[in-house]
Design a protein around this ligand. Structure first.
Ligand code: ADP
Ligand code: MG
Length: 538
């Protein structure tokens, strides 16, 4: 029957130990102040229950109340252990006799446990519990022999010690497993928090960058598009995912793109490339990309991260730089040439004036034209340097009419008609008259030269936005191939046998100095339209 009693005791003990641990594992653990006091009191209550469940053997009462005491000493130290011990002793004394062995044994155990705790502070709690249990056996044995308690029944004592040991083992295992679970749980919560924080950080970067971030898997399919694709390319990410990447890449760049990716899979090294991607509205945007391979454990490439940046603006700036550099060279050249022309021109003009005095019938027009050549050459001379312009408020219509007048004889010979249309009789702008005349002269001359078989040149004047006027020159000439349009305005760019390729370049520069813009639209064999926008004077 003793066995059954012990088993009941053990079962109830494990239930009492595990109950608070289970409750603790469900509620969010917060460090409780006075945890030692409360635990020792609870362990005291457990020992009271164990004492109440004790059984009698030849006038002596037996229970496993020392299991919770050992555990409290091992896990929470002597102060808590003494509280539990005291509660259990009082209950023991109240419930049965043989006080002396109980009190003296208790006294030795408390002193022994406290001393052992002091010396085993550095050990783990579980090791300490077993050392305390060993001390318990020794002190128990001494008490049994000192008070001659059932000495002739060693089996009973062995059984008793075994059950206390089982109690300690079960209790320690329960506490250890709870603590392990708790540690794991805190670690998991920490890891989860860390992952969440880093994920939100990366999401923040990916969602708010203007760079395009793509992740390509080993099958060369894109598995991730950053949300910036929506802003930069106009496509929703889900639209991009459903379509093949090469459909967005400019057909001329697809081959280069594919070979770079292939090279990366072979060499496993980062690569840079440039390609154009299509915007939802149809135009192409130039990107510079850095592709970084991400290796798997087996050293093969698992993913490729492609980070692309819009470089249209940079390209434009580079082009402007190139153009301005060319311009400065041309300016220097032009200055030299103009200088060479001006000297004989001055001599010629001087002689001409001298000749006119003697022979007054000399054509006024000849002198006028010579004067014009002179102004043009001096303009060329100053082209290299920023010019101090003489800005005068002028009706641009007058300048155009004057230019047309100048070109009229040549137009007549080439069977070309000018058609001038304007919405208002005057468009006042602030300008350097001779320079603007030069621009229209260049444009109209180009138009005439493009119309070998004659035709009509339409000149239109209208108001654009409030403080802007637009002058357009439309011819019916040979037109300009589309791929050559961006090159217009480059110095020495000409398709004509006797052309200089300077006309449009000078025109560009003059219009720019007037804070205006000049654009060309052309259709081959149908004609070219030049549109100039200039700010109007108030
Ligand atoms: P040039 O007239 O000396 O050739 P420009 O700078 O005036 O130099 O013009 C450059 C080139 O642009 C021309 O050679 C011609 O091919 C082209 N171009 C300019 N305007 C027209 C036009 N109206 N129609 C056809 N081609 C044009
Ligand atoms: Mg020309």
């Amino acid at each position: 029957m003793i066995l059954l009693d012990y088993i009941v005791n053990l079962a109830i003990f494990s239930l009492l130990v595990s109950t608070p641990l289970v409750i603790f594992s469900f509620i969010k653990f917060r460090p409780i102040k006075l945890i030692r006091l409360w635990s020792s009191l609870y362990a005291g209550v457990v020992s009271v229950i164990l004492v109440l469940l004790s059984f009698q053997q030849q006038g002596y009462s037996y229970d496993i109340r020392y299991a919770p005491i050992i555990l409290i000493f091992a896990y929470l130290g002597p102060a808590a252990g003494l509280i539990t011990g005291l509660i259990s002793l009082l209950t023991r004394l109240l419930t049965s006799g043989h006080w002396y062995p109980a009190i003296i044994g208790w006294g030795f155990l408390m002193i022994g446990f406290s001393v052992i705790y002091f010396y085993t502070k550095r050990l783990t709690a579980i090791k300490r519990s077993f050392i305390l249990f060993a001390a318990y056996i020794v002190i128990y044995g001494i008490t049994v022999f000192t008070f001659n308690i059932l000495v002739d029944n060693p089996i009973f004592h062995i059984q008793y010690i075994l059950f206390v040991m089982l109690g300690v083992i079960i209790g320690a295992l329960l506490i250890e497993s709870y603590m392990k679970l708790h540690r794991l749980n805190t670690r998991l919560t920490d890891i989860y928090r860390m992952v969440e924080a880093s994920e939100s950080k990366y999401r923040l970067i990916a969602e708010n960058t203007s760079d395009l971030i793509m992740v390509m898997d080993e099958k060369q399919a894109v598995s991730y598009f950053s949300p910036s694709h929506e802003i930069v390319l106009g496509f929703q990410c889900c639209e991009l995912e459903s379509l093949e990447l090469c459909k967005f890449i400019h057909p001329d760049d697809v081959k280069g793109f594919r070979s770079t990716i292939k090279l990366m899979f072979d060499n496993k090294e980062s690569q840079s490339m440039e390609f154009r991607l299509k915007h939802k509205e149809g135009h192409w945007i130039e990107f510079e990309s850095r592709c970084v391979p991400v290796k798997r454990e087996n050293e093969l490439i698992g993913n490729i991260v492609i980070i692309s940046r819009d470089i249209s603006e940079r390209k434009q700036a580079e082009e402007i730089l190139l153009r301005s550099e060319k311009l400065s060279i041309v300016g220097e050249l032009a200055a030299g040439v103009a200088h060479e022309i001006r000297n004989p021109l001055t001599t010629l003009k001087g002689f001409m004036q001298l000749y006119k005095k003697e022979n007054s019938s000399i054509d006024e027009l000849l002198l006028n034209e010579l004067g014009r050549i002179e102004t043009i050459t001096s303009q060329l001379l100053t082209l290299g340097k920023p010019q101090a312009m003489q800005l005068i408020r002028t009706n641009i219509l007058e300048i155009i009419e004057g230019t047309l007048e100048l070109l009229a004889p040549e137009a007549l010979m080439s069977n070309i008609q000018f058609k001038l249309d304007y919405e208002e009789p005057s468009y006042f702008i602030t300008c350097e008259r001779n320079q603007l005349k030069q621009v229209f002269l260049n444009l109209l001359k180009n138009a005439m030269e493009a119309m070998k078989d004659g035709g009509e040149i339409q000149i239109n004047l209208r108001r654009g936005s409030e403080d802007e006027c637009i002058i357009s020159v439309q011819d019916q000439g040979c037109g300009i191939p589309e791929e050559l349009l961006p090159r217009l305005g480059e110095p020495f760019y000409t398709l004509k046998e006797k052309g200089t390729g300077l006309g449009l370049m000078i025109s560009h520069k003059i219009i720019k100095q007037h804070q205006g813009s000049i654009t060309f639209t052309s259709k081959e064999n149908a004609g070219t339209k030049v549109e100039i926008k200039l700010p109007t004077a108030s």
